[in-house]
Design a protein around this ligand. Structure first.
Ligand code: SAM
Length: 248
């Protein structure tokens, strides 16, 4: 999954998403050592941690997302190392006290082989006693195969307005959800420009993730249904996992 085309839209959609920031900042403060953020994207979480003094490295395969992340760090006067690479194959010299994969980053590992390759590689990048934490959304969707508008309207400084419409399709066999975004920007003179982007995510169940972690050499995780530590229950929107590498 290449986020290059999505980078501009991504920031417009999620720049103000803050639900997870204090949770990851708390972990990073307690870790007391270098932090690796996997799927750092446009640096939303990375820069938040760096502003609080974390020694954080952001990893992402998308050049465009990283371009925005570097610009964000520079605007804030922060020194952050961003590395272009894939969680499955990257080889970094450093070992980390904490590895994070916030906001569904692991949903771009589509097969068990990809998931295990990434998890084993990340485990190998943990310092002894290091922790690994990530969140995934609970798979629950609106009506499939139907064009929807979920209230995402952005107003540009030039007087334009951008409306995000989406159609989702589910492949239950492969556990994929594909979202097709139709992004309509209307200029002040009424002229409409439509762009089209496709995003495919691999959704997970809670116990599937627990088994994957075990297979990749992690301890049984702590699983919560919120960033505040509440239990995972029917109405939860996120699954938050915290674990450590199992002693060999
Ligand atoms: C939903 S975004 C999350 C971005 C950021 N963590 C945040 O919270 O705003 C998912 C990110 O995962 C990245 N990604 C996709 N496949 C990846 C892989 N194999 N290894 C590392 N990152 C990956 C994408 O490029 C994208 O930037």
């Amino acid at each position: 999954m290449n986020y290059d085309d999505l980078a501009d839209l991504y920031d417009r959609q999620y720049d103000l998403y803050r639900d997870d920031l204090h949770f990851y900042a708390g972990l990073s403060e307690r870790a007391g050592g270098p932090v690796l953020e996997v799927g750092a994207g446009t640096g939303r979480v990375t820069t938040f941690l760096a502003r609080r003094g974390a020694d954080v490295t952001g990893l992402d395969p998308s050049a465009r997302m990283l371009e925005r992340a570097r610009a964000r760090a520079q605007e804030q006067g922060l020194t952050v190392e961003f590395v272009q690479g894939d969680a499955q194959s990257v080889r970094l010299e450093r070992r980390f006290a904490l590895i994070l994969a916030p906001f569904n980053a692991l949903m771009h590992l589509y097969t068990p082989a990809e998931q295990l390759a990434a998890l084993e590689n990340l485990r190998a990048h943990l310092a002894p006693g290091g922790a690994f934490a990530f969140d995934l959304y609970v798979p629950r969707y609106g009506e499939m195969n139907t064009l929807r508008h979920e209230g995402e309207t952005f107003h540009g400084p030039d007087g334009s307005r951008t409306d995000v419409f989406l159609v989702q399709r589910r492949d239950r066999v492969r556990q994929h959800v594909t979202t097709e975004y139709h992004v309509d920007t209307t200029a002040p003179d009424g002229l409409l420009r439509r762009r089209h982007f496709t995003l495919t995510q691999r959704y997970y169940t809670r116990y599937e993730v627990e088994w994957l972690l075990r297979c990749a050499g992690f301890e049984a995780p702590r699983v919560t249904g919120s960033f505040q530590g509440g239990p995972l229950e029917e109405a939860s929107e996120v699954m938050v996992f915290q674990t450590r590498a199992r002693a060999q």
